[in-house]
Design a protein around this ligand. Sequence first.
Ligand code: UD1
Ligand code: CA
Length: 479
Amino acid sequence: MTDQNLAVIVLAAGQGTRMKSSRPKILHSIAGRSLIGHVLAAAGELSPRHVVAVVRHERDAVVSTITELMPSTVIVDQDDIPGTGRAVEVGIAALPADFVGDVVVVSGDVPMLDAPTLAALIQQHRAAANSATILSAILADATGYGRVVRNEGGHLARIVEQKDATIAELAISEINSGTYVFSVRPLREQLPLVGTNNTQNEKYLTDVIGLLVATGATVDAMPVADGWMVAGVNDRVQLADAARRMNEAIVRRWQLAGVSVLDPATTWIDADVSLEEDVELLPGTQLQRATTIRRGAIIGPDTTLLDCEVGEGARVNRTDATLAVIGAGASVGPFAYLRPNTILGADAKIGTFVETKNSTIGAGSKVPHLSYIGDTTVGEQSNVGAGTITANYDGVNKSKTTVGSHVRTGSHNVFVAPVRIGDGAYTGAGTVVRKDVPAGALAITVAPQRNMTGWVEANRAGTAAAEAAAAASDGTDAE
Ligand code: UD1
Ligand code: CA
């Protein structure tokens, strides 16, 4: 249910120069989602009445990502006045004048902060009837963060930025996470009073705290239990660190939900993946985007699945698959490459060194060895021989191959599409299938074999092969 008294302002106008990237910082991804995507997801879970995103740097790219993820977001452009205080000032100006509730401020570059932590912050803010409540953290290394300055009674007095801090203040280990809840009225009153008289000549949001304290308002800072949750991402070292931390949390959550993960350090599970009990993940497995794996399936080692669906009890070994559906009890790999729109039926098999694309392999059917199967439909209980290639592309058009049910094709066939092989048909080894094969027929295109006896001794005299031939009595039919 919508919290009518809650607005969230997402700060997303900053430049992120330390990423050294042509892509805006908050559009970099961890766990398969952009940084801003994680922040919006957490914000959305709070069911706020308003979500406002303040943008400026790389505005269009940032806006298109935000509106795709959360179309109801109100977009506000920050002006030439820099600083987080200015960003919030333009953000709250976009809220309706009759909005009288609480404003949560979050940064687009703090991706690991979760909704339960934000909800606890809001609850504390409301229970204590504070004007502002800061989410803080006690860090062993506070470098780079604003410090939480408390008075003799331990009450929050103000925030000082690293660049403006005295040596004594730099020794403070409690930091400002950049996440806050404000009651909108005092925030509206104080923000215009914030100046830019600091080392960065910016309008600091953090200065609001000191101003509120001076008016006698109640403010507080709530330290978060897990400091890593509020880590900001400013460069690629921190990006990798955040990715690892988030992955650890995701892996742990699935382990506690009944998934076996043999090696958490080499198993990467995106935020949008869904797993069931008794799934087993072997080392080197990457499950990406909206991949779903049903009960009892075993994935890995060294397998990457992107947007795949894997059925109950399936086995997927050393495989790279994108947008593939793998049926219950099916077997894939080792060394298989499933490209988009591969659909594998129940108990079907894609074996070693097989590439598939845009193909449906029916229940119980097998493509066991060394094949390329593209734009193909295979019925049920058929076997496609080792080394079969579908020639699906004539240089201009792609064409379809259809293989029926209970078909047995020989090794090293080429199916020259468009072509159909009927139910129960067979093909011989080395067949190039250019014409449809009727149901129940045997198709062969191989030319008769001609043995030129004595050829090696006559034409390769003196070689090891000729000597071996001379000494042979090999039991072949010399014909
Ligand atoms: C800020 C806090 C600091 C805190 C830290 C936590 C201030 C003055 N300082 O510092 O106390 O410890 O976050 O990570 O707030 N942004 C805008 N418009 C701007 C400037 C920034 O929208 O004009 C956005 C950025 O895109 C970013 C967020 O605000 O999402 C924080 O800005 P950043 O420059 O990273 O602030 P810090 O120096 O990290
Ligand atoms: Ca930052």
